[in-house]
Design a protein. Structure first.
Length: 304
């Protein structure tokens, strides 16, 4: 039986918010069985608790933000992606600021922190959300869809009018029965275009953005001197984001996610469309490990 998991002990880190530019202290603490992932905005006069729930997502401009009782925590998707990738079910996350630190723009630093403190199993079965029938969300020519699949597969296609986005790196298919989250997804960084920087900053976004926490492109090339971590790093980061956005459903998914030009808003719309269709999914546990889809045996239990 695969069991629920949490951290062995508390770990702390500090960083800068991508959009606010504010210094943020972050503390991750073990949580009891069936607690789920719970954020706490602790810098306010009255701290606010925010369960990691797709129905609590408000602002989705360039990130996913949780909103509860007038308070918010933005850019939760990278840490949520790391938690999904390592199979962590229960955790308290104390945030002393309006945003999760951007770190290097990927989920890699969060994976490192979580692995360094240690992950422990708890005395309760892990619960999975299994897709039973197709569910889709659309926005113009953009779309995202869930389909039944005995494992976890993500098929993502991006489409940007830029020479760095050739046909060979526009699409990626990640099947976690075959691929490693830690090795092939977690280190993919967020990206943006120099031509958009001025407008985004005027809108109060990317105040903390730099070449240290994002891949930046001009009209022709990548400006980061170290180049890309993967040839298809851009679309892999979109997969990383989707994993984090969809973990706001509260459980690891058994199914396939396919998307064309999707982002945080459409990912959340898809999650909400699924929750509005109780006939389209079920929560399941497995008594025997042999019954668990290979994707979860090889992916979530691999934390070395």
């Amino acid at each position: 039986m695969l069991k629920q998991r949490t951290l062995k002990s508390t770990i702390k880190t500090t960083g800068v918010g991508l959009h606010t530019g504010a210094r943020v202290d972050l503390v991750m603490r073990p949580a009891a069985v069936d607690s789920g992932i719970v954020f706490h905005r602790v810098d306010l006069a009255q701290p606010v608790t925010m369960p990691a729930d797709a129905l609590h997502v408000g602002d989705t401009r360039l990130s996913s933000a949780l909103n509860v009782d007038g308070a918010s925590i933005s850019t939760v998707e990278h840490v949520m992606s790391a938690l999904a990738g390592l199979g962590i079910d229960n955790l308290h996350i104390d945030v002393a600021g309006p945003e999760i630190p951007i770190m290097d723009g990927s989920a890699g630093p969060f994976v490192y922190l979580l692995q360094s403190v240690g992950i422990v199993e708890q005395d309760a079965p892990k619960r999975y959300l299994r897709i039973l029938s197709p569910v889709e969300a659309r926005d113009g020519d953009k779309w995202a869809r869930f389909d039944p699949f005995n494992g976890l597969k993500l098929d993502f296609t991006i489409d940007f009018p830029h020479p760095m986005f050739g046909s060979e790196n526009r699409q990626v298919v990640i099947d976690f029965a075959l691929h490693s989250y830690v090795k092939e997804v977690a280190r993919a960084r967020t990206f943006g275009f120099m031509q958009d920087v001025e407008a985004l900053r005027a809108a109060g976004l990317i105040q903390g953005g730099s070449l240290q926490n994002a891949v930046v492109l001009d009209d022709f090339k990548v400006l980061n001197t170290e180049g890309l971590r993967f040839d298809n790093e851009f679309v892999k980061h979109k997969v990383l984001d989707a994993i984090g956005d969809l973990y706001l459903l509260g459980h690891p998914l058994i199914g396939q996610y396919t998307a064309f030009k999707s982002g945080h808003g459409l990912n959340n719309a898809l999650a909400r469309a699924l929750l509005a269709r109780p006939d389209a999914y079920e929560l399941v546990t497995f008594t025997a490990e042999r019954d668990v889809p290979t994707a979860f045996q090889d992916w979530q239990l691999s934390v070395a």
